[in-house]
Structure formats: structure tokens, C-alpha cells
Design a binder for this molecule. Structure first.
Ligand SMILES: [Zn+2]
Length: 86
């Protein structure tokens, strides 16, 4: 983990949004080909999802990888081994 994960400046735009990266594939629910991968925070915690952009059907929900930089506020001690007291 780098320090840049802990320090991030005030947003310079009036609205903050995430980038939805287009993904190849077809929605199994409606048949649309407009799938996108992006970060979400749902009842399971931080996740990366691939969702249909027409009907929002969740095609895939996975745990974020370090390269996803999600969540931005992840604890710096997250990858440390646990001590004997937990
Ligand atoms: Zn769909």
C-alpha cells in the first residue's frame, strides 16, 4: 500500500462519480450488450460489480483487488498479520 491511498485532495469538480469501464458480454436478463465494471458499496461491503447499463442486472460481484483502489479509505494495517490478541 502506498501513501497516496491515504491522502487524497478535495475534489475539484462539483460532482464526484466513478468511471464505468465498458466490458464485453451480453446481459443474461435483457440481452443488452452494454455491460460496465465499477466500484460499489453495498450490504456486503466494498465490491466491484459488472452490471448491465440498461436494466442494472448484476452480472458479476467480486471483492476488489489492490489495483482497483477501492475503497480509497482502506485501513493501512489491513494486510498486516494479526497479533496474538487479535
Ligand atoms: Zn440487462
Amino acid at each position: 500500500m502506498a501513501v497516496d491511498r491515504l491522502l487524497f485532495p478535495r475534489p475539484e469538480t462539483p460532482r464526484v462519480s466513478v468511471e464505468r469501464v465498458p466490458v464485453d458480454g451480453t446481459c443474461p436478463e435483457c440481452g443488452a450488450t452494454s455491460l460496465a465494471r465499477y466500484p460499489v458499496a453495498n450490504h456486503l461491503g466494498p465490491r466491484m460489480v459488472v452490471k448491465c447499463q440498461r436494466c442494472l442486472y448484476p452480472v458479476a460481484v467480486t471483492r476488489p483487488e489492490p489495483d482497483d483502489h477501492w475503497p480509497a479509505w482502506r485501513s493501512p494495517a489491513r494486510d498486516w498479520p494479526a497479533s496474538r490478541v487479535g
